[in-house]
Design a protein around this ligand. Structure first.
Ligand code: AMP
Length: 420
């Protein structure tokens, strides 16, 4: 029978890669905690409605990329394509918002999008993200960028580019969208098919299209920043000035709008030249109306997400992924498999001492056990040979130095603690 394969666009996370994931996860957790964020875990699937209302049906995510299915009761469910809508659903349901104080949450886990797989783009991928909820002021936009920046630095990523833009407040954006639509309609025939389709529902997307036809038309499109009122200008001005004050480099990018419907004011993305065509490894922005869209009270918020596989691609290219191979403290050997119960009992005592320890699971020869100990990168080997057992002793071999001594079986724990 032919061996089965994993689903296209999904990857197994193999034992020799797991240390890298532990490393990256520990940096996420540490940095998020430094900024006072706590973790939220939500289910992998939600009622489809959460994403229809929370992400918006003019987006690619909802329009083309969701894994949606009916369960046996006929409920329409969707594997989460992103976290923000699901997180807001959970925060409303569990009443996690407190009046006049922020709720700061981070998450890490798998997400699912039916996209065309390529390097850096998968159908199951992982995101780390952080959301600062119930805060309307630009200080919180800044804080999320600072957290993202701290993570990038703590991971050791040498080169990354923060691109930033402001979509202004809702009033400004509504006026601008009309102006933009009028302009784009004049050039309708020259736009890409995607942009022609998006023009009515999501005209902002047209100006961040990568299609050369759209880029040409967008170059002369009206600029959103020329429509800013005082509130929009002040909000963004604060973020930019603070980044300058803190010496954090950024690029202002007029046509950065991000795919989702719900953003206002600050939006940002992180790019790296190590990544090729999928060069964005994270992004985020402010969303002020999502809570109401999902049936909650008003709670303006801001957040971002990193794609973990893309962070790993960057680290790999910088040669920063050199996790040491896993090591075993002790391998407990016997010269005769009838003595295995004794080996098991010593292994058990080592485990209780907090050490890592294995015994032979294949009833192998003495020589093969020694090979196994080497394969497992064991620091020490304990040998229970015929002679040792008869004399109530154990041989202790240091695999690094090759030195071997014999110890008495009595006071085993004390002796081991003294030697190692
Ligand atoms: P988004 O939620 O689309 O803003 O994506 C945030 C980050 O998640 C991106 O910058 C990518 O790093 C990552 N990401 C999004 N979609 C995928 C995907 N299909 N495969 C791998 N990473 C992804």
């Amino acid at each position: 029978m032919a061996a089965l394969q994993s689903v296209r666009g999904t990857k197994d996370l193999l034992p020799n890669q797991i240390q890298d994931w532990y490393f990256i996860e520990s940096v996420f957790r540490k940095c998020a905690e430094q900024f006072g964020y706590t973790e939220l875990r939500t289910p992998i699937f939600e009622y489809t409605e959460v994403f229809l209302r929370g992400v918006g049906d003019t987006t690619d995510i909802v329009g083309k990329e969701m894994y949606t299915f009916d369960d046996k009761s006929g409920n329409s469910l969707t594997l989460r394509p992103e976290m923000t809508a699901a997180l807001v659903r959970s925060v409303i349901q569990n009443s996690l918002i407190q009046q006049s104080s922020p709720t700061k949450l981070w998450y890490f886990g798998p997400f699912f999008r039916y996209e065309r797989p390529q390097k850096g783009r998968y159908r199951q991928f992982h995101q780390f993200g952080a959301e600062c909820l119930n805060t309307e002021f630009p200080e919180s936009d800044l804080e999320t960028i600072l957290l993202a920046n701290r993570i990038i630095k703590s991971l050791g990523i040498a080169e990354s580019n923060l691109q930033i833009n402001s979509l202004g407040n809702e009033t400004v954006r509504a006026t601008y969208k009309e102006e933009l639509k009028n302009y784009l309609k004049q050039h309708f025939d020259k736009l890409s098919e995607d942009s022609q389709r998006r023009l009515e529902g999501n005209p902002l997307r047209v100006i961040d299209s990568k299609d050369p036809r759209d880029i040409e038309i967008s170059a002369n499109a009206p600029k959103l920043k020329n429509y800013f009122d005082n509130e929009s200008a002040d909000h963004f001005g604060f973020v930019i000035k603070s980044l300058d004050d803190l010496g954090i480099a950024y690029t202002l990018k007029d046509n950065l709008v991000r795919g989702l419907d719900y953003y206002s004011h600050t939006v940002f993305e992180f790019q790296s030249s190590y990544l090729g065509s999928q060069d964005s490894f994270g992004g985020g922005g402010r969303y002020n109306k999502l809570f109401e869209e999902l049936g909650g009270k008003k709670a303006p918020s801001v957040g971002f997400a990193f794609g973990v596989e893309r962070l790993l691609l960057i680290l790999e290219q910088q040669n920063l992924l050199n996790s040491p191979a896993p090591r075993l403290d002790f391998y407990v050997m016997t010269s005769n498999s009838k003595d295995l119960p004794l080996a098991i009992s010593y292994t058990d005592r080592l485990i209780k001492m907090g050490k890592s320890a294995n015994y032979d699971l294949h009833r192998k020869s003495f020589k093969s056990q020694l090979k196994d100990a080497n394969r497992l990168n064991a620091r020490y080997v304990l040998i229970l040979g015929e002679d040792e057992i008869q004399n109530n002793q154990i041989a202790f071999k240091n695999m690094e130095t090759g030195e071997q001594i014999t110890i008495a079986q009595t006071d085993f724990e004390d002796q081991i603690s003294k030697i190692i």
